[in-house]
Design a protein around this ligand. Structure first.
Ligand SMILES: Cc1cc2nc3c(=O)[nH]c(=O)nc-3n(C[C@H](O)[C@H](O)[C@H](O)COP(=O)(O)OP(=O)(O)OC[C@H]3O[C@@H](n4cnc5c(N)ncnc54)[C@H](O)[C@@H]3O)c2cc1C
Length: 403
């Protein structure tokens, strides 16, 4: 195991207390390291609705001792169902639970973001989460890293982990400033109390509707009390990045004009609709410099069209802790960590980008070929995603080639 300079436990500073940063902090603490989290916000919050979490991530969180919280707050969707935008025809459907648990030892879960963050935070000592610490700069020093914050505080650590999201200050300090690109998509999202749409008689499942230039996903969260929906539409330009921006329900309905009555009924049933623009970065070649590395959206933001952004941040933490636990030299452990993680997240970044095209096809020969392909073999089924769901990011064998 990697040790600090005087053979005491390695001191790790995690910048960012989002889903990725807190999971990494918990994984590292349980591996025996001394961990502190520095979060810019005055309290731990997650803005937004739901997270669709595959068994690859649920397994890691359960191993961290969070099973009871996940079972309490999460929902286990019975199936995933992909449908056509106008007539609602089924394009593919596959069972999710209990099949995922049978095949991969962990369920597929849908959960509200705030609930997920609270479940993870409950496993980590609150006094080691430093709120109101907005990172301003950092430098690698011989045996570690130093960081300073806008509140005037300065810290040192043996290892520094940038889990500070798509606008990462750590990433900019290591690899230079580069603004993220608008990905040509915005999301309308909302939460609907399920009793308002009881007449739709929705089963506990995950449905997505695909159509020309848009798609909409909905699934239950908040112990089944709320239905989360996210409807993506294509746009040429965008000038705001804040996904708390308000959109009107009318505007969302206009974006899904002509879509199936179920889609429009769900949108119309929300009290508040938010709009969020999708931004993107090219994959990095490296994540680590000396004793500093990156994790989650800070190094591999991805379109949410494989539902794997948070899951991959969760996996990062498990692999990082395993690498630092397996190798004595922290800088070498960080190199191994990025070598193990890069091919897998790059593959998912590419697949998520490709799904933007596949989900948004105009009706015509290409769409018909896609529908026929999905009809032959459901590519969202737990069987088809074996390579993704079976993978255990906490199992590190330095010599094994990553998937
Ligand atoms: C609409 C939508 C739907 C999605 N659906 C899914 C899904 O179904 N499944 C899935 O797995 N993923 C999904 N994702 C992706 C997922 O939300 C992200 O990949 C994930 O939240 C990234 O986590 P993170 O911890 O790396 O970054 P973030 O969640 O962005 O957390 C970064 C943290 O760092 C803090 N921070 C930032 N700058 C500083 C600083 N300078 N100093 C200190 N702290 C700082 C922030 O306040 C924040 O708390 C979705 C994304 C969107 C937008």
């Amino acid at each position: 195991m990697a040790k600090g300079s005087d053979a005491s436990p390695l001191r790790v500073a995690v910048i960012g207390g989002g889903i990725g940063g807190l999971t990494a902090a918990l994984s590292l603490r349980q591996a025996g390291f001394e961990v502190d989290v520095y979060e810019q916000a005055p309290e731990l919050t997650q803005i937004g609705g739901g997270i669709n979490m595959g068994p690859n991530a649920a397994r890691i969180l359960r191993r961290l001792g969070l099973a009871a919280g996940l079972d309490r707050e999460g929902v286990r969707p019975l199936f995933t169902h992909q449908r056509r935008w106008d007539d609602g025809r089924t394009l593919q459907q596959a069972p999710l639970n209990p099949l995922c648990e049978e095949l991969y030892g962990a369920p597929h879960i849908t959960i509200h973001r705030a609930d997920l963050l609270a479940v993870i935070a409950a496993g980590f000592p609150a006094e080691r989460v430093h709120l109101g610490y907005r990172l301003a700069g950092l430098e690698n020093e011989g045996g570690g890293a130093a960081a300073w914050f806008e509140n005037g505080a300065r810290i040192t650590a043996d290892v520094l982990v940038g889990a500070d999201g798509i606008h990462s200050v750590v990433r900019a300090a290591l690899f230079g400033e580069e603004a993220p690109r608008f990905a040509g998509c915005v999301a309308y999202r909302g939460l609907v109390p399920v009793e308002r749409i009881a007449d739709l008689a929705l089963d506990t499942g995950n449905q997505s509707w695909v159509g020309p230039g848009a798609h909409l996903v909905h699934y239950p969260v908040s112990r089944g009390h709320l239905l989360n929906f996210v409807g993506w539409t294509e746009h040429d330009t965008w000038n705001r990045e804040d996904w708390t921006d308000r959109a009107t329900v009318e505007r969302a309905l206009a974006a899904f004009e002509g879509w199936h009555p179920q889609v429009r009924r769900i949108i119309a049933a929300t009290d508040t609709c938010f709009i969020w623009a999708l931004f993107d970065r090219d994959p990095l070649q490296h994540w680590s410099v000396g004793r500093t590395t990156l994790l989650g959206d800070a190094c591999h933001p991805m379109y949410p069209f494989m539902g794997q952004g948070a899951a991959q941040a969760i996996e990062d933490g498990a692999t990082l802790a395993a690498c630092l636990g397996a190798i004595g030299d922290p800088a070498a452990a960080l190199q191994l960590y990025e070598r193990l993680r890069l091919p897998r997240v790059t593959r998912l970044q590419d697949m998520s980008r490709a799904n933007k095209i596949r989900f948004h096809m105009r009706d015509g020969p290409a769409q018909e070929a896609r529908d026929a392909e999905w009809g032959r073999a459901a590519d969202r089924s737990p069987d088809a995603l074996r390579w993704l769901y079976e993978f255990d990011a906490g199992m590190v064998e330095p010599a094994a080639p990553p998937q």
